[in-house]
Design a protein. Sequence first.
Length: 391
Amino acid sequence: MRDVRLAWLATHPIQYQAPLLRALARTPGLDLTAIFFSDFSTRSYVDREFGRTVEWDVPLLDGYRHVFLPGTGNRETGIAFLRPRISGLQQLMTRQHFDAVLVQGWIHYGYVMAAWLAHHAGVKVLLRCEATDHVTSSTGIKRVAREILLRFLLAQVDQFVAIGTRNRSFYLSRGIAPDRIGQMPYCVDNNYFQVQARAADKVRLRTELGLDGRPVILFASKLIARKHGDDLLRAYGRLDGPKPYLLFVGDGEQWAELTRIAQYNCFSAVRFLGFRNQSELPAFYALADIFVLPSVDETWGLVVNEAMNAGCAIVVSDQVGSGADLVKDGENGFVFAARDVAALADALRATLADDRYRAMGQRSLDIIAGWGIEANVAGLSAALGITEPAA
């Protein structure tokens, strides 16, 4: 029997997906082609949320077959619903080319168009997206239009694969039968982050940053309003006694406000370290004892996965989608009510008390072990009928 020919559609190469695509390319019974709409992430571009030019320092295209659709993708620096313009989908979405196509939402018209073309050509359509109902991405007439577009897309889909609990609930709330929803847990390359964390020279990094032996709290994300680094700073200010170190890794529009808050309160143990590229991050995770993400409207938050692979205790708001699956209250960290600074301070105190973060960090490693690329390969294989789903 010949391999299942799968078209994996993506707006652009993504650093988190590249290791998964390489693993899928090696999967027996699967013939993978990644189809991209734009190449902007493979070159330097201006990330408006980071407020700086970004050029990823990890390989995005190695180890798997890929094509870029003709259109305006080589001239774009970002993605919108109608940008870039693409062509060639109608010729590709046929049974002569592929047995199945996986689309990743409705952020671009090409996803919806590909699903419709494939469905009507008898090509199996799979949907894997980040959507959850706790994130309010649109309101008013835009929300109505979004739901109409979503309903149209869902009608084209044969099989759904959920990235986690909240994503599964999103499908169920729209009438999708449970037996049509598989599992492809949102993941990073666990092995890469664990190997890099173990190899990190933490003594050297502590010396460079001027840190003594106190615990380290880490925030690593864009410094933008919805990430609420300001809530973390205010909660940090409520901690008693000699304060742990607090490191901010990232850049963005809130840089000035956050540094002002830290300076006004004379937080001498707070460090703002700026943007760090993918290859640099594991060392900061390894240095940290507690990782905090106080966001609102966070569909998942893959930085949580990354930090867990370095053995960090995790403190997240209840608006961080990954918290429902990866954070076990009192075991490897805590989930607190978003925007509740007092609750965040309580969670930090509880994690720091009696060095609980040490055992919590080990528990993070235990949990994340089942949330990796292998589970994704198994989930997609089951959805495609290459293997039987696990009992």
